[in-house]
Design a protein around this ligand. Structure first.
Ligand code: HEC
Length: 409
């Protein structure tokens, strides 16, 4: 959805809010409003009967938003700020709708199909608290004067989440993102500048202007091995402890960045931070990718199924999944069919959003014996008038335990 649409939605909501502000002023005059954590109380205006919940923004709701929304909804970020009551109140109706439709936060994995350490979805309790708040008149829990003051900590938009990286590489320095431009993917190659081979254990991207970046994926340029994916929700791609990826001296990385314009031109530049292990890691991640042959989805087709599979020659442990599906993908299933016939469902994205791709980091690495068939099934819709080209792929962070002998110094 574009900014103009958002603005429209806001304008309609603001009218409701004006009525609300009138009520609050009344409540304040009556001395009903109580300010300050931990003495927050919902403002009740019994004569109008509009506040019917004890859930308030500055106690329950802002805490949830801090965990699940501030990655994107703060000043200077990819969408409008929802950090204070004054900012959030006009959106109460829209917030309820987005949450009930499971559009926000944008996380498409269906609960129960794979367990992910980076699961960004709202819990059932979080959903019910937000809905009670919105349905019950969206009370603030603060005095009017404090409506612009956040009751929670606003995360910083820049910097390194896990301390200074061992190496920092500038990426996409020449990229400009035009005002009001739609989704566009840029691919750039940059030299790592490494003078000796290193073991990569983690990486992060740090973009100059977060308003225009939706995601970024990093690959080793020569082998194509996937190294990690950045999203506003997960800036750091963590690898399991003791796992590392070999980066050669004098090598390059390829960075793929998904942009969407804001109301003015912005820079698409950023920095890539690399973190290394000092010692050889006990476990080495090797490239594992399933890729389908390119297909053409004819104009006007819906539900076109593309399926591909790969039989593992050697046993591996799978730690993270990065589905790259392209435009038109509507749902995705990843499963492992073990040699004994047991089907292990690894990931199901029921309402896939091509504009919000994400990596899926498994809570526990999944052991896949030799002979396992890894399957990727993707459904495409093409409502357009031109044929759509698609070539879905799935990159997996997979490692093999090194033989004990080679662990000796
Ligand atoms: C990964 C970033 C991200 C996260 C996390 C996120 N949002 Fe959003 N949200 C957006 C963007 C970007 C838009 C603008 C529409 C778009 O581009 O999809 C948006 C739009 C919205 C809208 C406006 C929809 C409309 O009416 O136009 C609401 C309301 C909203 N988000 C609420 C939330 C809430 C509540 C949370 C947390 C529970 C949340 N969002 C988490 C990025 C995010």
């Amino acid at each position: 959805m574009s900014w103009p649409q958002i603005r429209r939605r806001l304008t309609t909501d603001v009218r409701a809010s004006a009525v609300w502000t009138g009520l609050i002023t009344g409540a304040g005059a009556l001395g009903l409003a109580v300010a300050g954590w931990p003495y927050l109380q919902p403002q009740t205006v019994s004569t109008h009967g509009r506040i019917t919940t004890s859930i308030v923004f500055n106690r329950e709701v802002s805490q949830i938003f801090q965990r699940k929304c501030f990655q994107c909804h703060t000043d200077g970020n990819v969408s409008m700020a929802l950090t204070t009551y004054a900012e959030a109140r006009p959106w109460a109706v829209a917030i309820k709708e987005e949450i009930l439709e499971k559009k926000m936060p944008p996380w498409s994995a269906v609960t129960g199909y794979g367990h992910f350490s980076n699961d960004a979805s709202l819990t059932a309790r979080e959903i019910s608290l937000i809905i009670s708040w919105a349905d019950g008149g969206a009370p603030s829990g603060v005095l009017l004067a404090d409506e612009d003051k956040p009751a929670v900590i606003i995360p910083s938009l820049g910097g390194w989440e896990h301390g200074l990286p061992d190496a920092v590489v500038a990426v996409a320095t020449a990229e400009k993102v035009a005002a009001e431009s739609g989704d566009r993917v840029a691919r750039v190659e940059v030299a790592t500048g490494l003078t000796e081979a290193k073991w990569l254990r983690s990486l992060q991207l740090n973009f100059t202007d977060r308003r225009v970046v939706r995601y970024a994926a990093v690959y080793e340029a020569r082998t194509g091995q996937w190294l990690g994916t950045w999203t506003p929700m997960h800036q750091v791609t963590a690898m399991p402890d003791e796992v590392g990826i070999a980066l050669p001296a004098g090598g390059k990385v390829r960075v793929e960045i998904g942009y969407r314009g804001t109301f003015e031109e912005a820079t698409g530049a950023g920095e890539l931070g690399l973190y290394f292990s000092e010692k050889k890691p006990a476990l080495v991640a090797a490239p594992l990718e399933i890729s389908a042959a390119p297909v053409t989805v004819a104009a006007g087709t819906a539900g076109e199924r593309v399926r591909t599979e790969l039989t593992l020659k050697a046993a591996v442990s799978a730690a993270a999944l990065w589905p790259a599906l392209g435009d038109g993908a509507t749902s995705v299933e990843v499963a492992a069919i073990l040699p004994d016939g047991v089907v292990e469902s690894m990931l199901w994205l029921k309402k896939y959003r091509a504009d919000w791709p994400s990596a899926y980091v498994l809570k526990e690495a999944l052991a896949l014996p030799a002979g396992t068939r890894l399957t990727l099934t993707v459904y495409y819709d093409n409502p357009g008038t031109a044929p759509l080209r698609a070539q879905p792929s799935l990159a997996v962070t997979a490692f093999t335990p090194r033989p004990a002998a080679s662990l000796a110094p």
